[in-house]
Design a protein around this ligand. Sequence first.
Ligand SMILES: [Mg+2]
Length: 184
Amino acid sequence: MEEKSDKLLILDLDETLIHATENKLDISEDFLFDKYFVYKRPFLDKFLSDISRHFTIGIWSSADDNYVTEIVKSIKPDNVELEVIWGRSRCSVRRDYDLDNYYFEKRLHKLKNRGFRLEQIIIVDDTPAKSKSNYGNAIYIREFSGEATDEELKHLHDYLLTLKTVVNVREIEKRGWRSDKEAS
Ligand SMILES: [Mg+2]
């Protein structure tokens, strides 16, 4: 059996793995939660099953903790284990002085006591501000709003495999990660 990476892969939830909206879209929802129609990003089940064979994975969202727990229950394949399922209570409230508002930030050093150094943590998010202080660890993914033709998770899977054995993920330039996929 192929050996698992020593990396921890942290995935955002809203607009990264799912799209939840109070306004029903033209396509049928995957499930309902509270007042939300929830749409899974295409390839989500396969992505989670496949990538968890290579990485330790966790979910960290800035949405409220109960929402995160319940949504994760509905999207997690049975064979997938999650190291963390974290919500807003694990985020740090930061002030954006330019825009004069507040936002929730995911500070990856909080994962140290799970046995992972910053060099071993990859975070995937559609909102750069939420992992601002750890930009070297971040892969930014296109926002998902329910598009049935979206292939981002397929491409992300292939790209992540290239990071599986690197020593320090922070030393890898990740900004152009999708560039070779644009044509396909
Ligand atoms: Mg998001």
